[in-house]
Design a protein around this ligand. Structure first.
Ligand code: HEM
Length: 184
């Protein structure tokens, strides 16, 4: 795969303005993140369940919704711990999450509003509990980084598949996309 998750993580940290201060704030709220993670998962899957298409995906296969609840809870908590201080293990994990969604065929149109729901729900919780703006900002930034991983996975997997199947060069592929976009 052309994308190096570690390099991508560093680029996104700079792009999103995710700082050492943000990391320290998140770390200091790791227990709180763990406490509310399961409730956030409930909100998340209730939201997805209101969409007929998403609801079908959620209930395909045995034990999927249960498994999802667990993986979401863990994902949510990892935003606070950074796994290895937002290092290589964090980047690899986020990249893998992106690949899982591409494999299942969940498009960006579903993932973006889903992440907005996470930010909205956690924002409501922060307000009720009177938590600081700095925590809200740090969480928004890391959510955007995680979202970028999932979104980028679609692009990387699709281009890689086309290049492998056709033997085209990357330059030719890019030109075709530009021409195609102009004609739409
Ligand atoms: C904010 C966006 C999202 C996050 C953070 C997220 C998080 C995750 C995580 C952590 C996993 C486990 C990946 C693994 O096995 O390594 C996962 C898998 C999965 N997600 Fe998402 N997800 C998001 C959006 C969605 C949406 C919109 C759907 C649509 C229904 C969805 C459906 C699934 C499914 C079906 C699986 C595989 C479950 C299984 O059978 O094991 N996710 N997701």
């Amino acid at each position: 795969m052309a994308l190096d998750p570690h390099v991508f993580m560093s680029a996104l940290e700079k792009r999103a303005g995710f700082t050492d201060e943000d990391k320290a704030v998140l770390n200091s709220y790791a227990d709180w993140g763990s406490e509310i993670a399961s409730q956030m998962a409930d909100h998340f899957y209730a939201y997805l369940g209101r969409d007929t298409e998403m609801n079908t995906i959620l209930h395909t296969g045995e034990g999927r919704i249960h498994r999802l609840h667990e993986t979401f809870t863990q994902w949510f908590h990892e935003m606070f711990t950074g796994i290895d201080d937002w290092g290589p293990a964090y980047a690899d994990r986020r990249w893998k999450i992106g690949l899982v969604h591409v494999r299942i065929g969940i498009g960006p149109q579903h993932v973006v509003p889903a992440m907005a729901t996470v930010i909205h729900e956690v924002g409501k919780r922060l307000q009720i509990e009177g938590k600081s703006e700095s925590l809200k900002d740090a969480l928004s930034r890391i959510c955007m980084i995680d979202l970028a991983f999932i979104e980028q996975a679609y692009v990387e997997v699709s281009s890689e598949a086309v290049l492998r199947e056709t033997g085209w060069t990357e330059g030719l592929f890019r030109r075709l996309i530009t021409t195609g976009a102009r004609s739409m």
